[in-house]
Ligand binder design. Structure first.
Ligand SMILES: [Mg+2]
Length: 231
């Protein structure tokens, strides 16, 4: 498919598209399971954490602070309503490590941004905690490639429509690049844009979704492949 000159704006997802993210959350979950190993199995800990996250995400949004609340809630329940001090501080340490890990840029990202810069207006469209996401964006060393970084409350049709209205972008001028079908691909197709899926080997359970049928979706193996379509 030849997409050259078809778009003005390219939105990039950030977590697991520009830099590694999910693997750090998985590592945090493993540490949490180990912390509570006297109380139940790793699967039992994981299930309780998922339940609590389902309750907390709609209230408090995405990101590691919400994980702190979810882990505390899960531990409280697994410990029978009495949370030992070492468990609480153990959770806090897990979350601190999660929030301040060193950022690893995904291979080929910088090369891709370098190639596209100047040909398209590049915008980061990420979701999660504002402080955390902006901190990652600023420390990534990639900020100078982008015109703007938007930290969205959620990545659904309504949020994307608000974002493009704010920047005077028409859906047909928009291409989105990302690893999540649910957050980066499906809603963009539904509002009339085009999307390139750059799959990551780890998918968060909240992000799992079947790929919609559309001739406005391209799937590539690695991010550098998008350059062939666009330049
Ligand atoms: Mg992502």
């Amino acid at each position: 498919m030849d997409l050259k000159g078809k778009f003005k704006y390219i939105f990039f997802d950030a977590d697991d598209t520009l830099w590694e993210n999910e693997r750090h959350f998985r590592a945090a979950e493993d540490k949490f399971a180990a912390l509570l190993s006297d109380y139940t199995s790793p699967e039992g800990v994981q299930e309780m954490l998922w339940q609590k996250q389902e309750d907390n995400i709609p209230l408090f949004g995405y990101g590691s602070k919400t994980y702190m609340i979810g882990m505390t809630d899960a531990a409280m329940e697994l410990c029978g309503g009495q949370l030992p001090k070492h468990i609480y501080y153990g959770i806090k340490k897990i979350i601190t490590d999660l929030a301040f890990h060193e950022l690893e840029i995904i291979e080929g990202v910088e090369k891709t941004l370098q190639a596209l810069q100047g040909h398209y207006r590049l915008i980061v469209a990420t979701k999660g905690d504002l402080t955390e996401q902006m901190g990652k964006f600023r420390s990534s060393g990639l900020a100078h490639y982008f015109h703007h970084c938007e930290v969205m409350e959620n990545k659904d049709e309504k949020n994307y429509l608000e974002l493009i209205a704010k920047h005077d972008i028409r859906p047909e001028e928009l291409l989105m690049i990302g690893n999540s079908v649910k957050s980066d691909i499906a809603p963009i197709i539904n509002i009339g844009g085009m999307a390139i899926h750059t799959p990551h080997d780890i998918v968060w359970v909240h992000e799992m979704m079947d790929m919609p049928e559309s001739d406005r979706i391209i799937v590539v193996k690695k991010i550098t492949d998008i350059v062939d379509f666009l330049l």
